[in-house]
Design a protein around this ligand. Structure first.
Ligand code: HSE
Length: 295
């Protein structure tokens, strides 16, 4: 059995819709070997499809097809630590696991570039799949066929605190609420902030992050689908967060705080409870610069 570790990812980073994403220190594990049938199990109680519709299997099967090989079956064992349908890249983690695992089983015929491209083709956008594979912060443009990307390692010691609600929000629902067209001024608003965010993160100009996460493409619409999101943002900022944004398509809200803000996560949790927001879990994470790893 090969064993793969895949990080959770936080996409968009506010203004960088479908373009920016970073990997964080929360991991799924997938064990995989060739078999003459499909045998899928989990080490936890989280329900997953156990037939050929399982996303890890679908991705592995795609890679075999690309390489001109027949996949007769797979034995897959999943450990799911990344919460599903919460905006932390759980489906991308499955896609990347399937591709990396299948590539390994075939003796690594495909490069990282090939896997970045294939994973974006399956997911439809690259901002979770690319950082899940590569780690760090990834800037990615998907031209419909291939991904043009840059991975940058982040050496700042920021905390990324995921505030995860107890309800799900599917990416398809969170994309369906977005406008079909936007104003020219809104496009300028977003592209300037997306550029500001990544350059400020990488150069340590953290006072810019709050402006950098502000956007007019998706968060104002998605806020309506996330009850109490505004209160969660306010609480994060009241405890000194540099920035707070909807992680990916939501409903998780990610807060970024300085390492020296020692009790940030604890204070956040306490304030959420005091405000009656008891369904939100607070998980303190760091940036993962490694990406998917074969253990
Ligand atoms: N960029 C994507 C979105 C990420 O916001 O819809 C979620 O998969």
């Amino acid at each position: 059995m090969i064993k793969i570790r895949i990080p959770a990812t936080s996409a968009n980073l506010g203004a960088g819709f479908d373009a920016l994403g970073l990997a964080v220190s929360l991991y799924n594990y997938v064990e995989m070997e060739e078999s003459d049938r499909v045998e899928i199990s989990t080490t936890d109680s989280i329900p997953v499809p156990t037939d050929k519709t399982n996303m890890i299997y679908v991705a592995a099967s795609d890679l075999y097809e690309v390489c001109g090989k027949e996949l007769s079956g797979l034995k897959i064992k999943q450990t799911n630590n990344i919460p599903m349908t919460r905006g932390l890249g759980s489906s991308s983690a499955c896609i990347v696991a399937g591709l990396v695992g299948a590539n390994e089983l075939l003796g690594r015929p495909l490069s990282d570039d090939d896997i970045v491209n294939l994973s974006a083709q399956i997911e439809g956008h690259p901002d979770n799949t690319a950082p899940a594979l590569l780690g760090g912060i990834v800037t990615a443009v998907f031209d419909g066929r291939r991904v043009h990307w840059v991975k940058q390692e982040v050496f700042t010691k920021l905390k990324f605190v995921a505030i995860i609600p107890d309800f799900e929000l599917s990416t398809s629902k969170a994309r369906a609420c977005l406008p079909k067209q936007i104003d020219f001024s809104d496009a300028v608003y977003n592209l300037s902030r997306a550029a500001l965010f990544s350059s400020s993160l990488l150069t340590g100009k953290f006072e810019n992050l709050r402006t950098g996460v502000d956007d007019r493409l998706h968060q104002p619409y998605r806020m309506e689908l996330i009850p109490n999101a505004r209160e969660v943002f306010d609480i994060a900022y009241s405890h000194g967060a540099y920035a707070a944004y909807i992680s990916g398509a939501g409903p998780t809200i990610m807060a970024i705080a300085d390492e020296s803000n020692e009790f940030f996560a604890g204070k956040l949790k306490f304030s959420l409870e005091n405000a009656g927001l008891t369904g939100w879990k607070v998980v303190e994470l760091k940036i993962d610069n490694t990406g998917t790893t074969i253990l």
